[in-house]
Design a protein around this ligand. Structure first.
Ligand code: NIG
Length: 402
C-alpha cells in the first residue's frame, strides 16, 4: 500500500507536526499499529489522502504540536437515548447487591415520561461527552421505550446522531407484559418491529436469564433480519448461556459482553465473522469477573471494545477507561486494546472505512495531549483528548492555531 490515495479534489486540511501517528495499518509503519513519527496527515473532503513529512502544505492547517494522533474510537455498543438516573442502584451494588436485568424497567418508566425534546437534549449532551472522550462513531440502541411508539421515537432520536441505530425491543419484558413473555416477543416481532424498522439499521436482543431465552431471541432476530436489519446480540453477560452460539448461528455482526465464554464459544467465534465485543466497564460496574481476552485473541477471534454507555450497568463514555481495564484486567496488550477500540469497533459495525488513518479512511482523528498512545493506560482517568475530528471537521478542541 502506498501513502497516497487518489489526487485531492476539494479543500485540503493538513494536521501537521504529529509526533507519533497511529495508522492502524501495519504496512504503513512500525508494529501492529503501523506507527509513524514526525509526519503530517493530509485530509480532503473528509477522507485521509496521504501521510507526508512534517511541514506539508494545505489550505487549512491544524498544528498537533508534536502530540500523538490516533484514529477516533468506534463505540459499537451504547444505549445513549434514555432519561432518569440509577445512581442508587449502583450504590447498592457497591454494597453487595447483584445486578439484575429487571433494573431496566426503572429507566423505561423515566424514558416514557420524557418528551422528545428532553430525550434529544439528554442524548446531545451524552454524544458531546463522548466526542470529548475521542469517540467519533457511536452505535445507539433503543430498549428503554418498549412499546411500538416509544421504541420508534427513541430510534428516531438516535438516528439524529448516527446511522448505526439498533432496535432492542427485546431488552426486558415490560411490566404490562409480566408473566406473558411469549406474547411480548410476538408483539416485538410484529407491531413493534413495524414501527421501529424504518429507523433502525440493526436488531438486537438480551439473551440472559431474567430477559429472553435462546428461542425468543432467535425469533426476534430472525424477524428483524427478514426486514433487512443486521443482527447483534447481548450474550453471556451475567452467566454462561446460549447467546454466543446463537449469535454465530444467526451470522450476527457482533456478540456483545462475552463475559462468560467456554472453549466451544471461543471456537464458534473463531470460525465465524462474528466479532466478540467486550464491555469491561459493565463488568466493572456490576462487579462481574473480567473475561480472559487473551484466550479469545489467541484463538483468532476479532475483538472489539465498547463503552456500553447506559444508566444501569455502565454509565461511562470513557473509551480510555475501557482500554485501561482491558489491559489491566483482561490481559490485552495496549496495542490490542487500541485496535479493539477502533478497528474492532469498525468490524462490529461492518464499516471498514473507519478505525484507521490510512489513505482512503474517513478522517476521524483524535489528537492526544500526550507523546504516545500508551498514556491512555499509563495515565488512567486523565482526560487526554486534546482534539476530536469527525470526517475532518473538528467537534472538540481549541480553535485551530495557524
Ligand atoms: O448492555 N444488558 C443489557 N443491557 C444493558 C444494561 C441496561 C440497563 O441496566 O439499563 C447492558 O449492560
Amino acid at each position: 500500500m502506498t501513502d497516497r490515495a487518489d489526487p485531492p479534489a476539494g479543500r485540503s486540511l493538513v494536521i501537521d507536526d504529529i509526533g507519533l501517528l497511529v495508522t492502524n495499518e501495519p504496512a504503513l509503519g512500525d508494529g501492529p499499529l503501523g506507527v509513524r513519527r514526525n509526519v503530517a496527515l493530509v485530509v480532503v473532503d473528509g477522507d485521509v489522502i496521504s501521510i507526508e513529512p512534517t511541514g506539508a502544505i494545505g489550505d487549512d492547517r491544524i498544528d498537533a504540536g508534536g502530540r500523538c494522533v490516533i484514529p477516533g474510537f468506534v463505540d459499537s455498543h451504547t444505549h445513549l437515548v434514555f432519561a432518569g438516573d440509577r445512581g442508587d442502584e449502583f450504590v447498592a451494588r457497591m454494597a453487595g447487591a447483584p445486578y439484575q436485568a429487571g433494573g431496566i424497567r426503572t429507566t423505561v418508566d423515566a424514558t416514557r415520561r420524557a418528551s422528545d425534546d428532553e430525550l434529544r437534549a439528554l442524548t446531545t449532551a451524552r454524544r458531546a461527552e463522548a466526542e470529548r472522550a475521542g469517540i467519533t462513531t457511536v452505535e445507539i440502541k433503543s430498549g428503554y421505550g418498549l412499546t411500538a411508539s416509544h421504541e420508534a421515537r427513541c430510534l428516531h432520536v438516535a438516528e439524529g446522531f448516527t446511522p448505526h441505530t439498533t432496535f432492542l425491543g427485546a431488552h426486558v419484558v415490560p411490566a404490562e407484559f409480566e408473566g406473558r413473555t411469549d406474547d411480548y416477543v410476538h408483539h416485538v416481532c410484529t407491531e413493534m418491529l413495524d414501527a421501529a424498522a424504518p429507523h433502525a439499521r440493526w436488531i438486537d436482543a438480551f439473551c440472559e436469564v431474567g430477559a429472553f431465552d435462546a428461542d425468543q431471541c432467535r425469533a426476534v432476530l430472525q424477524a428483524g433480519m427478514a426486514r433487512g436489519l443486521g443482527g447483534r446480540l447481548h450474550a453471556n453477560q451475567l452467566g454462561h448461556g446460549p447467546g454466543v452460539q446463537l449469535a454465530v448461528e444467526l451470522g450476527c455482526a457482533s456478540a456483545d459482553h462475552c463475559t462468560y465464554l467456554d472453549d466451544d464459544d471461543i471456537e464458534a467465534l473463531a470460525s465465524s465473522d462474528t466479532v466478540a465485543t467486550f464491555l469491561p466497564a459493565a463488568d466493572f460496574s456490576t462487579r462481574q469477573p473480567y473475561p480472559d481476552a487473551r484466550r479469545v485473541l489467541e484463538a483468532g477471534v476479532t475483538v472489539a471494545l465498547a463503552t456500553n454507555c447506559n444508566p444501569g450497568s455502565s454509565y461511562t463514555t470513557s473509551m480510555s477507561f475501557c482500554i485501561a481495564l482491558a489491559v489491566r484486567d483482561m490481559r490485552m496488550t495496549i496495542e490490542e486494546a487500541i485496535i479493539a477500540a477502533t478497528v474492532g469497533g469498525a468490524a462490529a459495525l461492518r464499516r471498514p472505512d473507519l478505525g484507521a488513518l490510512r489513505p482512503g479512511s474517513r478522517a476521524d482523528v483524535v489528537v492526544l495531549d500526550a507523546p504516545s498512545y500508551t498514556h491512555l493506560v499509563y495515565r488512567p482517568g486523565v482526560p487526554l483528548v486534546h482534539r476530536t475530528l469527525v470526517g475532518g471537521e473538528q467537534v472538540h478542541g481549541p480553535p485551530a492555531a495557524r
